[in-house]
Design a protein. Structure first.
Length: 213
């Protein structure tokens, strides 16, 4: 019997773009077709490094070097403990933020140098089969964020988010390694879901098969 290999999809973009909602929506649609789908998020709540990153959202930023190290440590655990085993079981893995977010958010602090951060991560971690960048005007994103939360975190100043969004778009335009899909996140959830769903079905048809032992 032949079984398809897993599929690894990264959901990227600033907060407020609908990434989490879309991941849940698409998981339900693909599971209705019989696929096994898991959703993971970075940073995780499972490692000390991940917990330190999450604490820094509200307690103040650590140094650039320290934050990058925390992301690497947390990602190492996430990839080795959850993502690679799930892919080995032919599951579809949706990851809410991956090293592209690290490159954008930390890149702003590194004189807009997202390239070296991607290079560092690519030496250690697998490339997604598809990286979906949800793009949205920052003012709209912040309104959505504030609608859902009482306070924003230190990662979400208006100018900072504008700079992060610019780096995501620059990545999409200039990075020749990643397999990107740029989504206009101002569209309705239904329209965005349909667009990504069709793209994922294409990917699943193209995915190589492996013989089950």
């Amino acid at each position: 019997m032949e079984q398809r290999n897993g599929l690894f999809i990264a959901f990227e973009g600033i907060d407020g773009t609908g990434k989490t909602t879309l991941a849940l929506n698409l998981k339900e649609r693909l599971e209705a077709l019989g696929y096994s789908v898991v959703i993971y998020k970075e940073p995780t709540n499972e490692t000390e490094a991940g917990k330190k990153i999450r604490a820094s959202y509200f307690e103040g930023r650590a140094s650039l070097e320290q934050e990058l190290q925390w992301f690497i440590e947390d990602r190492e655990w996430n990839v080795n403990t959850r993502i690679l085993p799930a892919l080995a079981e032919s599951k579809i893995v949706f990851l809410d933020r991956y090293f592209f977010s690290t490159a954008a958010y930390q890149g702003v602090r590194k004189n807009n140098d997202w390239i070296s951060i991607l290079e560092l991560n690519r030496k250690k971690f697998p490339e997604p089969d598809l990286t979906i960048i949800f793009d949205l005007d920052v003012q709209v994103a912040v309104k959505r964020i504030m609608r859902d939360r009482e306070t924003a975190n230190t990662f979400e100043g208006i100018q900072y988010l504008r700079d992060v969004r610019a780096l995501f778009l620059e990545m999409f335009q200039l990075d020749t390694i990643g397999n990107y899909l740029l989504i206009n996140a101002e569209k309705s959830i239904e329209d965005i879901s349909d667009e990504i769903y069709e793209k994922l079905l294409e990917k699943l048809k193209q995915a190589p098969t492996k013989k089950e032992k």
